[in-house]
Design a binder for this molecule. Structure first.
Ligand code: NAP
Length: 534
């Protein structure tokens, strides 16, 4: 194709003004590149802009879920709580945008609707839904892995006379649920947070559950000033410390293999990790992700918590997570989730036993009858890993889309670049730890990696970089090998892609953040082994 003469040219285009896009724009601009960013939302914040549902709260400690590229920025922002709620996160990203004057280079309410690689000009031609065309040598997709909401496809939704909302694209105008009869469909990480909060104000809340998930108490509380002071005093050391941690955040050390411990020692380790809160329960025993007996001990601990808390025996039975081993799908984190079901105003419909037939003007009709509501909240999750890329409609020289290339599962060398798409960078892409780690630090690590690679290219006179299929295949084989002993490979969820022939791809890098970082830095130090520059 020939270059569009009316297009405005930039060195780099960044798609998304969330945690990755904000830093990408800053870092590339600081490196002397001309950069423009596009963001579909009305402001910065990415997931934290769109997911402003009641109860939305980060499940990584805010101490670690903060940018660490500028010690001044780190020191000047004081979080209020150990795990920050959405309004504070939104305020933080807004502050970052103001501090580095990032908004001036972003176009908001603007989606990229097409991006085509021009092999002659070595650049992408990018069109937006505002009708403008741009060209850029580099395309940095900071569009997130969980950003394209799964739409509610329930028959009759248009007939519903009340209001309905999605947690993943919550309205920016205030939504008053006080005194309303509310339904929540979906009990994933978003649903359980929304349920816990909505139950406090709704006159009646009915939860429609397909799978009983494991929900941990966050053990939220005030922000720990002493730990903050330590981290801020030597941010480089703190950043290095986080890089040695599996989830990109601090957790109590595991107690070793469960089988090496007495029941009393196991119980002490379980209590210890439960009191720490949140994802700590994923790390009680060193073998809980590979040994089903060890895993079951942790699962039983949560089942016992449900039994202890939920008073109604029928509800208790429905809420008890039995469908899959703990940690093989993302756990929910919400203080007071199980306690919520002791409220007289809260009920639960198990939609396996009592399926949703359709939505009608007055509410939701299940096999057992009509449930009347003023408001329905859908918490159905996302088209993970592929949704935002599909929406941007990126094509290569052959006219192939990224997801055509991924028809047998998402894949990207080091989680950064996919074969056949030169100069296209996927921040926290498939094959990197992504959703298995602290997404804020993972995004900044990828931005730095990409920016360093672009500097390397300028120093060596290269203007394009791509990955050959062999490098991508080798990385995929490595992921497969790492995922093989993991119990989680057997559980269906958004982190695994299953092919019709029985083969599967475990999408995020399952070997832990420290190993991942060691691999990518080794590649970098070896002249970016596997990448091909021209
Ligand atoms: P999700 O984990 O994919 O959960 C979607 C929920 O909707 C599940 O309960 C699912 O049931 C249900 N569902 C989907 N389609 C349905 C249908 N047709 N009928 C009935 N139920 C249906 O999505 P999410 O809760 O939005 O969480 C996605 C990810 O976002 C998380 O894994 C996490 O990485 C991230 N997140 C993070 C935070 C945080 O930091 N605190 C908060 C929220 C989300 P099944 O379980 O049966 O599939």
């Amino acid at each position: 194709m020939s270059a569009n003469k009316n297009a405005v040219h930039y060195d780099a285009i960044v798609v998304g003004a969330g945690m990755g896009g904000l830093y990408a724009l800053k870092r590339l601009r600081d490196d002397g590149l001309s950069v423009i960013g596009f963001e579909g939302g009305g402001d910065v914040g990415g997931v934290w802009y769109h997911n402003s549902y009641p109860g939305a709260r980060v499940d990584v400690e805010s101490l670690a879920y903060s940018y660490q590229f500028d010690p001044e920025l780190y020191r000047e922002w004081k979080w209020k709580e150990r795990y920050s709620a959405q309004p504070e996160l939104q305020a933080y990203f807004s502050h970052v945008a103001d501090r580095y004057d990032l908004r001036k280079d972003f176009k908001f309410n603007t989606y990229v609707i097409r991006a085509q690689w021009d092999a002659d000009a070595h650049q992408y031609t990018v069109e937006t839904d505002a009708g403008d065309t741009y060209t850029a040598q580099y395309l940095v997709m900071a569009s997130g892995q969980l950003s394209k909401p799964r739409k509610p496809v329930f028959e009759g939704l248009d007939d519903f006379a009340g209001d309905w909302y999605q947690t993943s694209s919550w309205p920016k105008k205030p939504v008053d649920l006080a005194g309303k009869r509310v339904a929540v469909i979906g009990t994933g990480a978003s649903g359980v947070q929304a349920i816990t909060e909505i139950a406090k104000v709704a006159s009646q809340l009915t939860v429609f559950q397909r799978t009983a998930n494991y929900v941990m108490a966050a053990q939220n509380g005030p922000f720990d000033e002493a730990r903050f002071t330590n981290a801020a005093a030597d941010l480089v050391a703190y950043r290095e410390l986080l890089e040695t941690k599996g989830g990109g955040a601090e957790f109590p050390v595991d107690a070793g293999p469960a089988s090496a411990l007495t029941p009393e020692q196991q119980r002490a380790a379980l209590d210890d990790h439960w009191s720490f809160g949140g994802h700590a329960l994923n790390r009680v025993f060193s073998d809980q992700n590979t040994d089903i007996a060890s895993n079951t001990i942790v699962g039983d601990y949560v089942r016992a918590k449900v039994a202890e808390v939920v008073k109604d025996p029928v509800l208790r039975e429905k809420l008890t997570p039995n469908a899959y081993p703990l940690g093989t799908r993302r756990i929910g984190v919400a203080d007071g989730y199980y306690e919520t079901f002791n409220r007289d105003t809260v009920s639960l419909v198990d939609i396996n036993a009592d399926p949703i037939l359709r939505i009608e003007a007055k509410g939701i009709r299940t096999a057992s009858g009509l449930h009347e509501f003023d408001v329905i909240v859908f918490a159905l999750g996302f088209t993970a890993f592929t949704g935002a890329l599909d929406q941007a409609n990126i094509t290569n020289e052959k006219g192939q889309h990224v997801t055509d290339h991924w028809d047998r599962g998402p894949r990207a060398y080091l989680g950064l670049m996919t074969a056949g798409f030169p100069n296209l960078f996927l921040l926290t892409g498939p094959g990197s730890p992504a959703v298995l780690t602290n997404m804020l630090t993972a995004n900044t690590q990828h931005v730095d990696y990409v920016a360093d690679m672009l500097s390397y290219m300028r120093e060596h006179g290269y203007d394009s970089v791509e990955v050959p299929t062999e490098a991508e295949e080798e990385w995929l084989a490595h992921l497969f090998e790492l995922s093989e002993p993991l119990i989680r490979r057997t559980t269906r969820n958004y982190m695994a892609h299953h092919n019709a022939d029985g083969t599967d791809v475990f999408i995020p890098y399952p070997g832990g953040n420290p190993n991942y970082l060691a691999r990518i830095y080794d590649v970098r130090d070896d002249g970016y082994r596997g990448f091909v520059f021209s």
